[in-house]
Design a protein around this ligand. Structure first.
Ligand SMILES: [Zn+2]
Length: 349
C-alpha cells in the first residue's frame, strides 16, 4: 500500500500536473469512478476522494474506469486505433469474455491486439479485460456491502449486467441463496495488490490475489464443492487474516494463526502440510517436497498440488522453486513470488 506521505506527494503532483510523475502513479476518483494520469486536464478532485495506484491495472482492479479526457491507458502522443477500439469495446461490455471470434467481428487481428497492448501497457488485452471485469464484479465486496439483504438484489439488476457478472464469479444470485450454506468474500488491500479472502465463521477457505489467472474458476470450484453461495461480507477469520497479512507485510510476522480449511485430495493436503513446514526465508525444490512426502517420483504431482493451493502466502507455495535455483511458476505472478521471497529473507528471525 502507498504510504500517507507518498499520497500527499502524489496529490501535490496531481494539483500541479507534474509530468515527472507520469507513469509513476494513477489516481482513482471515488466520486466519479474514473482513474486518471497525474497530468489530467480535468478539474482536480479533493484529496479525500482520491485513491492512488502505482499501475493502471491496480486502478482497474479497484473498479475504476479509464478517464475519457486524459486516457490513462494511452500514451500521450500516440494511441493505436486497435488499442483504442478495444478499450472502448471493453467499456461497452465489461463482463464479456473475449474469444477469437470477437476480435474477428471487430476486424482486429488477435495477435496484433496482444502485441500492441503488451507493448503499450505491459499487459495483454485479455489481462486488461479480465482486470476490468473482476474490478467491477468485486466492487461491492470492496465496499463491504452485504447482498443477503434482498433489497440490494434490485440494485444489482439496475446496474447494467453487474448482477450477471457477480453471479458468474460469486455463485448464486442473492435471491437464490435461501437455504444454502453461505461463505463470505472480502477484499483485502495489500502492498502487492488486492487479495480476495473467502471464509465462513470457522475458517479461511481461499486467499488469492484478485488478478490471479483463473480466479473465477477457482471460486466456482469452491462454491460447488462446498455447496455454498459466496456473498460479499466479512467473518472473524477474514478479519484475522487481514490483520495477520498487515503484520506479515510489515515484517512483524512470518507464520499465520488464522484457522484454515483446505479443500483437496489427501495427497494435495500432504503436499500443503510439507509447504507449511518450510521456514520463512528458505526455499525448497519441487523434488525436495516430493521426497518429504515420501514419493520421490511424484515430482509433477507435487508441482500440480503446489499450483492448486488456494491459500496464497499463508500456505507458502511461493517457497518452492526449481532445482536449478530458478523461480519456477507462481499463480500470482513471478514478480510477486520474487518479492515475497526477498521480503521473507530480509525478515528472517
Ligand atoms: Zn483524467
Amino acid at each position: 500500500m502507498i504510504s500517507a506521505e507518498l499520497k500527499e506527494r502524489y496529490y501535490l503532483a496531481l494539483l500541479t500536473k507534474d509530468s515527472e510523475y507520469e507513469g509513476l502513479f494513477y489516481v482513482g476518483v471515488t466520486t466519479t469512478g474514473v482513474f486518471c494520469r497525474p497530468t489530467c486536464p480535468a478539474r482536480k478532485p479533493k484529496f479525500e476522494n482520491c485513491e492512488f495506484y502505482e499501475t493502471a491495472e491496480q486502478a482497474l482492479l479497484a473498479s475504476f474506469r479509464p478517464c475519457q479526457r486524459c486516457r490513462p491507458l494511452s500514451h500521450p502522443n500516440h494511441v493505436s486505433d486497435v488499442v483504442r477500439m478495444l478499450v472502448e469495446a471493453v467499456e461497452k461490455e465489461p463482463e464479456k469474455r473475449w474469444k477469437a471470434q470477437d476480435f474477428r467481428a471487430l476486424s482486429i487481428d488477435e495477435s496484433t491486439a496482444r502485441r500492441q497492448f503488451k507493448k503499450r501497457f505491459g499487459m495483454t488485452f485479455v489481462a486488461y479485460a479480465r482486470a476490468r471485469r473482476m474490478g467491477l464484479a468485486l466492487k461491492h465486496i470492496r465496499s463491504g456491502r452485504t447482498v443477503i439483504d434482498s433489497q440490494l438484489s434490485t440494485g444489482y439488476e439496475s446496474s447494467s449486467g453487474f448482477r450477471d457478472a457477480f453471479s458468474r464469479i460469486m455463485g448464486a444470485a442473492p435471491t437464490q441463496v435461501d437455504e444454502e450454506r453461505v461463505l463470505k468474500a472480502a477484499w483485502i488491500d495489500t502492498r502487492l495488490g488486492p487479495m480476495m479472502a473467502v471464509a465462513d465463521e470457522q475458517a479461511l477457505y481461499l486467499l488469492e490475489f484478485v488478478d490471479r489467472r483463473g480466479l473465477e474458476r477457482e471460486v466456482e470450484r469452491l462454491r460447488k464443492r462446498t455447496h455454498s453461495a459466496i456473498v460479499p461480507g466479512t467473518t472473524e477469520p477474514i478479519q484475522s487474516i487481514a490483520r495477520e497479512l498487515t503484520e506479515y507485510f510489515d515484517g512483524k510476522r512470518t507464520a499465520f494463526d488464522t484457522a484454515l480449511f483446505c479443500l483437496g485430495t489427501p495427497f494435495q493436503k500432504e503436499v500443503w502440510d510439507a509447504l507449511l513446514s518450510i521456514p520463512a526465508g528458505e526455499t525448497r525444490s519441487y523434488q525436495e517436497i516430493a521426497n518429504a512426502v515420501g514419493k520421490p517420483g511424484a515430482y509433477r504431482a507435487v508441482a500440480q498440488a503446489n499450483g492448486a493451493n488456494q491459500l496464497a502466502i499463508v500456505i507458502p507455495c511461493h517457497r518452492v522453486i526449481n532445482s536449478s535455483g530458478e523461480l519456477g511458476g507462481y499463480g500470482g505472478g513471478l514478480t510477486r513470488k520474487d518479492w515475497l521471497l526477498k521480503h521473507e529473507k530480509q525478515n528472517r528471525k
